[in-house]
Design a protein around this ligand. Structure first.
Ligand code: NAP
Length: 473
């Protein structure tokens, strides 16, 4: 099993503790994927110091080279991603391709980002504004997209001239460390990006409260994000939080049922339901609910679950034993609250953390399964009487990341677009799946809301504006 080291100041550095965590394939538990450092505050301090020292020299122009390096090894990277996180080879490949595209997209921003020239109040005066970097930024990422989330934060941060300290999720540190290798190979100047792996509980507070850190970009759960915000607020440090979802698909009475089932299967069971934009609620018109539920349950039962690198497998395992246990606990809670499991609901066979694609009917909007994020392949079906009730149920949760309606009626689409409370709305498309040029982020407890990721929002987050008045008289 390969032993990885922290990437600090352009060098591969052993953790001061001398301790490592063993990352195992969640689909094949006796297979090791790699050993990642269990770092401490001393390692973190070195990383922040390296990023602070590198800041003035960094221009941010090598992102195309990194993209080329990853693109040359897409299949190998995808296989490693599957071994680490569990998603299928196809899903992993899409994530690696997305990482390449993100580097390319943001590399282009180096040429596009500009400022404004404004009319001055006095003659012979030049008044303009430019965007300048913030300094050292902290990036904290979750396990479900171990490559693309680090890249979608890091690429805009770098191209805008910031330097980075990244702390990836403990469950999936290997892809982030591989990414460090690609950046190193591309010729990234020492200290511009630094990666320290280890427990968020040990490293988190020291990272986000360090006065050398000028911004924090976090993706993860609401509980951790909310607590983190309390730590950065007193210092008025720019903080971006992308958090959970409870994303609904509304199936209107006029919907094409095959299309609706396909949209729910892709959104709910794709990526093992381990996406912040995964479909976890289906809000269906009562007149078609029985037929729709039967078809969705049948489709769920046909999904082939197994190791993501095995041909024909359509859904991989949960990332960890604890995530599998959460998935199954929510099924039990739903049953106790009076809902009915019509597909799955149990662990699936195999030497890994497999869960069967699960469909639960008879869900009421106030049940925990209708309100709380599961983060697994579990869909709850809620029946409603009309579109007004459907939209009310859609909005009746603490989250607001992504939402879909399946309908052929333009009036339903327009009403949904106007009234649904979520950052990303889809008509006849799955809740999961987004474009890098478009604003990405959520309403309510899904995000801190002031900025968006990807697109222009990412450039805005990682820069500050400077306004310049020059009197030419
Ligand atoms: P998590 O438990 O909140 O962890 C996220 C990151 O925060 C990890 O790197 C974690 O480190 C770190 N962390 C833990 N404690 C910390 C602390 N006290 N201070 C600072 N950082 C700390 O989330 P997860 O289980 O990895 O990911 C699943 C969650 O992410 C779901 O809620 C999902 O919806 C959300 N998500 C949101 C989006 C989005 O864009 N909205 C995208 C993907 C995922 P350790 O791993 O060491 O604990």
């Amino acid at each position: 099993m390969q032993t990885y080291r922290n990437y600090i100041g352009g060098d591969w550095v052993e953790p001061s503790s001398g301790n490592y965590s063993e990352i195992r394939n969640p689909a094949q538990l006796d297979e090791g994927v790699g050993r990642a450092p269990l770092s401490g505050i001393v390692d973190l301090d070195q990383a922040i110091a390296a990023a602070a020292a590198a800041f003035p020299a960094w221009a941010g122009r090598i992102l195309h080279k990194v993209a080329n390096i990853i693109e040359g090894q897409i299949d190998a990277w995808a296989a490693e991603l599957t071994r680490e996180e569990g998603k299928t080879r196809t899903e992993a490949r899409m994530e690696v391709v997305r990482a390449v595209e993100l580097f390319r997209y943001f590399a282009g921003e180096a040429w596009r980002v500009g400022g404004d020239v404004l009319p001055a109040d006095t003659p012979n005066t030049l008044l303009y504004s430019v965007r300048v970097p913030l300094g050292v930024v902290a990036i904290i990422t979750p396990w479900n997209f171990p490559l693309s989330i680090p890249v979608w934060k890091m690429a805009p941060a770098l191209v805008m001239g910031n330097t980075v300290v990244i702390k990836p999720a403990s469950a999936t540190p290997i892809m982030a460390l591989r990414l460090m290798g690609a950046l190193h190979e591309a010729g990234l100047p020492a200290g511009v990006v630094n990666c320290v792996t280890g427990s968020g509980g040990v490293l988190g507070d020291a990272l986000v409260t360090d006065t050398r850190i000028k911004a924090v970009s976090f993706t993860g759960s609401y509980a951790i994000g909310h607590a983190l915000y309390q730590k950065t607020a007193p210092r008025l440090v720019r903080t971006h939080l992308e958090m959970g979802g409870k994303n609904p698909v509304i199936v209107a009475a006029d919907a094409d049922l095959d299309k609706a089932v396909n949209i729910c299967v892709r959104g709910g069971f794709g990526l093992t339901g381990q996406a912040c934009t995964a479909t976890s609620r289906v809000i269906v018109d009562r007149s078609i609910a029985q037929e729709f539920s039967a078809r969705l349950a049948a489709a769920a039962q046909k999904i082939v679950v197994g190791p993501g690198l095995t041909d024909g497998v359509q859904m991989g395992p949960a990332v960890s034993a604890s995530q599998r246990d959460i998935d199954l606990a929510f099924v039990e809670i739903a049953s106790e609250e009076g809902a009915t499991v019509v597909a799955g609901g149990t662990a699936a066979e195999g030497y890994g953390y497999f869960v069967k694609p699960t469909v639960i009917t008879g869900v009421r909007r106030d049940m925990r399964i209708a309100q709380e994020e599961v983060f697994g392949p579990v869909i709850g079906i809620i029946e409603v009487g009309d579109m007004a009730e459907a939209i009310a149920v859609c909005n009746d949760v603490a989250y607001g990341l992504s939402a879909t309606i399946v309908t052929n009626d333009v009036r339903n689409s327009i009403r949904f677009a106007e009234q649904a409370e979520a950052g990303m709305l889809k008509v006849n498309q799955p809740t999961a799946g987004v474009s890098i040029q478009a604003p990405f982020g959520g309403f309510k407890q899904s995000g801190s809301g002031m900025f968006r990721e990807m697109g222009k929002g990412a450039v805005e987050f990682f820069t500050q504006q400077k306004t310049i008045y020059i009197d030419g008289q």
